[in-house]
Ligand binder design. Structure first.
Ligand SMILES: Cc1ncc(COP(=O)(O)O)c(C=O)c1O
Length: 415
């Protein structure tokens, strides 16, 4: 259970016994824990021995006293897959995919929503509201349903149909907005003020970050298993598809917490922000040497999760990328869809366009020599291709007539 909420800019402490949104300075609040008291008593082996098959096996650093208090659908514990060294993937030494499409509602958003809805539910919140690019909507609807809460969602009107369907089927009230997620966010904020709903916008409440940070904890355990050692391990490079940046900031926080727990040393992976060319506020700010990002004009990309023209955690992301020795890169929409195809054909991984972007960015960085062949590289596939069926094509299909005696000749002609 957390012991305080600190402003990510000023460090000012806020009362954790009341429901909190942004800090008094208008910045994200970060949950802190008494890690000194846990050090030495809470160990990786205790985590390993637990029967809980979800991210709640890390409940000591989540907003509950015990896993039973969690609003859970079994989120987390996603596979870390080694890429087959074939085709374009053969240039890498040790390339791994943390496949977050295995989560409930098929994206990493489940982790954040499980934690945030758990905390809101503990405070007796009846209605949550949020803007979403798509996957967060589906996850919020599911966790709100599980908690018996009402859920109001504002999405851009060209949000993937699968995300709208799953949200409506999950009982949420969905509003289609003729704008971007930032426009949805403004309506959501005003609606929360007027109707007394709780604003679940990413980083505008402290616990979606806490849920997503479990990706960082899990990765250290997965990599230890992969290398057959009991000592927790981190990779050399992590590539992360960045919209609001909650996962990136969360993982960095997890690494700091693990160091304070005595579980890992001071070494950190180089963190790579990957954005779409048509919406790259963080990449632009990184290249310009800025410490915060300005609104990206005319944001446009088919990777809906990356269409975030302004992020409240911009200054945190930029700081993390620089401190880690990382970088920030873009890929075009046609490249990221090519990436989806390559992951499916060479690895059997059906990734979201955001995952396709990550793979293409890794290939680009490897060609430039920024990633070396002796390095361990982890790609985060944050969602599932199936939610983006409207973007996928099945070319070259042949129809067969089962009554045709020469049906097999056609097969030979296709092979
Ligand atoms: C599949 C996918 N990947 C990445 C992102 C961006 O996530 P974050 O806000 O943590 O940067 C989103 C957000 O909607 C998403 O749906």
């Amino acid at each position: 259970m957390h012991s305080a909420l600190a402003c990510s800019l000023t460090g000012e402490i806020h009362d954790f016994r009341v429901l909190q949104g942004l800090s008094r300075s208008g910045k994200p609040l970060l949950a802190t824990y008494d890690l000194g008291a846990l050090r030495g008593t809470w160990t990786p082996d205790i985590v390993r021995s637990r029967a809980v098959r979800s991210m709640w096996r890390f409940h000591e650093v989540l907003p509950v006293n015990s896993p039973e208090e969690a609003v859970s659908l079994g989120e987390g514990m996603t596979p870390l897959l080694k890429c087959q060294p074939t085709g374009p993937f053969s240039a890498f030494g040790d390339l791994l995919i943390k496949d977050e499409s295995f989560n409930p509602t098929q994206s990493f958003k489940a982790r954040g929503m499980s934690a945030a809805v758990t905390r809101a539910s503990a405070f007796g919140v009846k209605t949550v509201a949020l803007p979403s690019a798509g996957n967060a909507a589906g996850a919020a609807a599911a966790y709100a349903a599980r908690a018996g809460m009402k859920c109001v969602i504002f999405v851009p009107d060209d949000t993937p149909p699968a995300n709208i369907l799953e949200s409506v089927c999950g009982g949420a009230t969905v509003y289609l907005v003729n704008g971007l997620i930032s426009d949805c966010g403004r309506i959501c904020r005003s609606a929360c003020d007027r109707f007394g709903w709780f604003d679940l916008s990413t980083l505008k409440e402290p616990f979606r970050l806490e849920g997503k940070k479990t990706m960082g904890y899990e990765l250290a355990f997965d990599l230890a298993d992969y290398r057959r050692t009991s000592d927790l391990q981190l990779p050399d490079v992590i590539l992360y598809p960045t919209g609001g940046g909650t996962g990136l900031i969360g993982m960095w926080k997890a690494f700091d917490e693990m160091e304070q727990l005595g579980w890992i040393g001071p070494q950190r992976p180089r963190m790579v922000v990957v954005q779409a060319e048509g919406c790259a506020p963080i990449v632009k700010a990184f290249r310009e040497g800025a410490t915060s990002a300005s609104l990206f004009p005319n944001a446009d990309t088919i990777a809906s999760g990356l269409r975030v023209p302004a992020a409240v955690g911009d200054f945190l992301m930029l700081d993390i990328v620089r401190r880690s020795g990382g970088t920030a890169v873009t890929v075009t929409d046609s490249q990221l869809m090519a990436g989806v195809g390559e992951l499916a054909r060479w690895q059997g991984v059906h990734a979201a366009p955001e995952g396709g972007a990550i793979w293409m960015a890794a290939a680009q960085l490897q060609k430039e020599g920024w990633i070396r062949s002796d390095e361990t590289v982890v790609l985060f596939n944050t969602g599932a291709a199936v939610k983006y069926n409207h973007l996928l094509k099945a070319d070259g299909l042949t129809r067969l007539d089962h009554r045709d005696p020469a049906v097999l000749d056609q097969l030979m002609s296709v092979s």
